[in-house]
Ligand binder design. Sequence first.
Ligand SMILES: [Zn+2]
Ligand SMILES: [Zn+2]
Length: 153
Amino acid sequence: MKEVSEDSIAKQRKLFDEFIRRRGLKRSAQRNTVVDIFLNNTQHVSCDDVYAIVRRRGLKIGYSTVYRTLKLLTAANLAQEVNFGDGVTRYDHNYNFNFQNHYHLICTLCGETIEFTSRAVDKSQKSIARKYGFTPQHHKLEIYGLCRECQAA
Ligand SMILES: [Zn+2]
Ligand SMILES: [Zn+2]
């Protein structure tokens, strides 16, 4: 599993605090706890996943606080909603790839996701958009198939 550096977490926490201030929201200890859980997790987590961690730690934080915090992280551009075809909204970490585009390989059997960056993909998506006179705002690439382990099984 990938490690999140303390440095990266501190930077993201600061960005989030600035966002909260700009929005004119009050600081909240519960919300900060949810932010920390999210930032320390490198997986694509759903609201239910984060809430399960809250419960496991015996924290008194409601589901709606978890939900709203994930929405705020998204609005602050630290998280991004992703949907891998199973109807579950998960939250991705924008900071992991230094806010660069990253793409996903998704195993349809075990749900494993592999993240990657690719200059070639970035470039070709831009040139395709240009060819059709299209101004891209964002794009994503998801490749569905079987991971190495599932192919071997
Ligand atoms: Zn991702
Ligand atoms: Zn698999």
